[in-house]
Design a protein around this ligand. Sequence first.
Ligand code: HEM
Length: 476
Amino acid sequence: YLDTRKPKNFPPGPRWYPIIGCAWQLSKLRKATGCLAKTTGELAAKYGPVVGVRVGTDRIVFAYGYDAIHEFTTRDEFNGRPDGIFYRTRTWGQRRGVLLTDGEFWVDQRKFVLRQLREFGFGKKSMSDMIQGEGSAMVENIKKKIEDTGGACVLRMDDLFGIHVLNTLWTMVSGNKCTSDDKEIRSLQVILTELLAKVHMDGALFSHYPILRHLCPDYSGYTMFHGVHKRMWRFFALEIQKLKATYNPYDLRGFIDVYLKMLHSPERKESFTEGQLLAICVDLFVAGSETTTKTLGFAFLYLILYPDVQRKAQEEIDRVIGRNRLPNLNDRPHLQYVECVVLESLRMFGCRAFIIPHRASKDAYLSGYLIPKDTIILGSLQSTLLDGGWANPEIFDPERYIKNGSIEVPDRFIPFGFGKHRCMGETLARANVFLIIACLLQTFNFTALPSEPPTTDFIDGVTPGPKPFKALVTLR
Ligand code: HEM
């Protein structure tokens, strides 16, 4: 704690004070800028694309810009994931799951999960049908509300997508839908949203100062973090038990069944355990539901703020599909403009977010600076999705991707990261965002309420989201 000496050739950054490190300067900047993404932008403007800080016990390096992010996400010596109280509290004190593990354990588990998710839907017709089913359920629900209220209804848009996104994820994982009256999963979603707004990609107070979880568990964030995770373990453990009770090796319903089969297989590696299965379920829930839901939240926020974009997307849907059938994933290549709305929505979510923390697994050099073993590395996506060469980056402009009649995505468009830790749910996420936007725009107009115009201000956190906002929804 008292060692304030920077390692020689560590990246430049604010001064390190005893015990707190740079916490004071970072918190001041955060207050001034309002979020962690802009804070890293300010630091990069002052110190360069690789900035080194210390907060309590953690040495953290912020990578800003395509070159630095490309370098750390593609080199094996930076492909570790952080370890410590914060990360282990997620999985009952051990290192489990696929989101925040590394080494051979992670390689085996990642390979298995990706293969099986592909088997249970990714890129298949079943995935299109499943998401279309959710889109259709949303359309019917909203139509009913409009009917009940006599021609128009007001909806909380940031709240609209959660259960439907979760259903698509959970159907692949378990073979079952969460029913809309399943109170526990709904309340888990609510507390997860709260938690992800309270912690940040650089951790929480108790991760920088682990002793605080004993001294002031509430204030340091430990009680809430641990409590939410305990509820998630309980929920998913119960679901796994239910599936175990009806398990049939000749009729595998989803990812959990396949994993259970592997647990009985003679080829089972030591890292495959029931605890690990539980941790994977928690990881997929945490990584998959909030990210997609909030991307959809930003999509509709900007579609309301840019009515011309909304109208153009609707005209394309009318031209290509008409109004007599719902869109499906085969329509994607023909709905070029809607696909670009998806890209812009991913950019608007991503530019406020970070790549999941990496860790140097040994001493190594990044952009010429020494990154000692166990330093945490954070990549700010603001640096590639907002800064770094976009024309009018604050404007929601789907047409920026259309060049000579086809879609061209620049290299710096990396909302799913890249390298070996690249997002495992990209296919599902893109499909969800595309089909839900297409289904809703086919049937409804979304406009701002003059009394409560939405703003592009957002709630910062691990997965940034739009502030609560409403829309007036009418039938087209
Ligand atoms: C719009 C939605 C999504 C966005 C923007 C997104 C973005 C990302 C990013 C930036 C990473 C970090 C890559 C790195 O650390 O280098 C990541 C990792 C990950 N994502 Fe996603 N994600 C989304 C949806 C999903 C979904 C639906 C799932 C689950 C099916 C998922 C599962 C994961 C997992 C398990 C990892 C960790 C991969 C690893 O470390 O090997 N994500 N995602």
